[in-house]
Design a protein around this ligand. Structure first.
Ligand code: PMP
Length: 459
């Protein structure tokens, strides 16, 4: 371990955390009797907590974020230099790293041309919703204001983005929600909703059914994750994306791809949508943009959309009347530039493809040993294993057992994830998303921890 802080200081930190910090996604009752886990240090895929325990992190910081791994001095140095030069200026002016990162990003995204900066995935998505609404008011006489979203997808934690949560248990209790957000069916073939051969096309046609029901003139935008993350690691079936694109074109509906998880290499391409040859109108991204070294998110769109906001220069309602205070921090784009350089120079996209295939094949071998693994799926280093109590009926394995598998991996020093209590009765998918630098040894250690955890918990 490379921890430098004194153990007294760390003991104090744990006590301070227990006394004063309200953790994300956490029920705090257990902390009345136990200490919360407090992390101190990371290097590569490794993490150390305040009690000196070492872990292999197979979830990149808990939520698919630290794509280039922990402890990157070059990012720290770039950010440090930038902060000394100019840390911040917001509003109607630019800054140098913001300009340079936008140019680099757009090089990776043919057909798109404008980058709007903010700080979180939720914020980036909500910017799109606001753009869509403004386009509706200004260019469609108030029509085309509805935004369609999909079962099992997730787009953020604010009230408007929760209004587009396809994961009911994230949104229950926080309503009422604003109008104009309409759900469409998911496309997970393993949990079939139609008995057909060309499942992808059928699932896309279900979106068209909703558009026709709502009235195409009222629908402005469709937001989808390219590969659904927390909703169960769902890779859309063949034919799905092509049909979705056709439907959007047919009804003049803007296509918004939420790349908050998939963006910046997670699936082995720069962006998840690039596996499918589609051309979105909006792409949002956050987690992997700077791998958690700074807070940054981006809403990227086309020149065509951008032009809709500059038609009447003297009219204060013609431009996008929005700001993000911390969208003016230079640390975000500075870190993002270096993050992108690392992904390129270290060939991390190739590594992601190679290690992703290894991980998928290890998981498939585990299926032969463990009947509880009903399905394994994913792309690149973005993988899931759905656990069932019966392969024939696909009855989901109970959430408590799934959590016990996660806990058992943790006790072996490997941090894995699971669909996060958001899908009434379907919180049964183990999630893996190690940093894109993962080695073959890392992958084997992760899957063998799952192997022994399943054997232990289900024995
Ligand atoms: N979109 C997706 C697909 C996500 O997974 C998340 C976060 N898990 C968000 C949006 C929201 O991002 P943030 O927490 O940064 O607001």
């Amino acid at each position: 371990m490379i921890m430098t802080a004194t153990s007294n200081y760390l003991t104090h930190a744990v006590a301070a955390d227990r006394a004063h910090v309200w953790h994300h996604l956490s029920q705090h009752k257990p902390y009345e009797n136990t200490d919360p886990r407090v992390f101190v240090e990371g290097k590569g895929l490794k993490l150390w907590d305040a009690k000196g325990n070492e872990y292999l992190d197979a979830v990149s910081g808990g939520v698919w974020t630290v794509n280039v791994g922990y402890g990157r001095e070059s990012i720290a140095n770039v950010v440090r230099d930038q902060l000394i030069k100019l840390n911040y200026y917001a509003g109607a002016a630019g800054n140098v790293p913001g300009a340079m990162f936008a140019e680099r990003l757009i090089e990776k995204m043919p057909g798109l041309s404008r980058v709007y900066y903010s700080n979180s995935g939720s914020e980036a998505n909500e910017k799109v919703y606001k753009m869509v609404r403004q386009i509706a008011h200004r260019h469609h006489g108030g029509k085309k204001w509805k935004i369609l979203f999909r079962e099992r997808d997730y787009h953020g934690t604010t009230i408007a983005t929760l209004a587009t949560s396809g994961q009911p248990q994230r949104a229950d209790h926080y309503g009422p929600y604003p109008d104009g957000f309409v759900i469409v069916p998911h496309c997970l073939e393993y949990r079939k909703q139609w008995n057909v051969e060309n499942y992808g096309e059928r699932a896309a046609d279900a979106i068209e059914d909703v558009i026709l029901r709502e009235g195409p003139e009222s629908v402005g935008c469709l937001v989808l994750e390219p590969i659904t993350a927390g909703g169960g690691v769902i890779v859309p079936p063949p034919g799905y994306w092509e049909r979705v694109q056709d439907i959007c074109r047919k009804y003049d509906i803007l296509l918004h791809i939420d790349e908050v998880v998939c963006g910046l290499g997670r699936t082995g391409t720069w962006f998840g949508y690039q596996h499918y040859g589609i051309q979105p109108d909006f792409v949002t991204m956050a987690k992997g943009v700077a791998s958690g070294y700074a807070a940054i998110s981006c809403t990227v769109t086309t020149e065509r959309v951008f032009d809709l906001f500059k038609d009447a220069p003297d009219d204060v309602m013609s431009y996008f009347r929005d700001i993000s205070t911390f969208g003016g921090c230079t640390s975000g784009p500075a870190a993002a530039l270096e993050n992108m350089r690392i992904i390129e120079d270290e060939n991390l996209l190739d590594n992601t493809v190679e290690m992703g295939e290894r991980c998928l094949s290890n998981l498939r071998s585990l299926m032969e040993k463990h009947a509880v693994i009903g399905d394994v799926r994913g792309k690149g280093l973005f993988l899931g294993a759905e656990l069932v109590s019966d392969r024939a009926t696909k009855e989901p394995l109970g959430e408590k057992i799934v959590q016990a598998v996660v806990a058992r991996c943790l006790s072996q020093g490997v941090i894995i994830g699971a669909t996060n209590r958001s899908l009434h009765g379907l919180n049964n998918t183990l999630c893996l998303s190690p940093a894109l630098i993962a080695s073959a040894d890392d992958i084997d250690r992760i899957t063998s921890a799952i192997d022994s955890a399943l054997a232990h918990v289900l024995s």
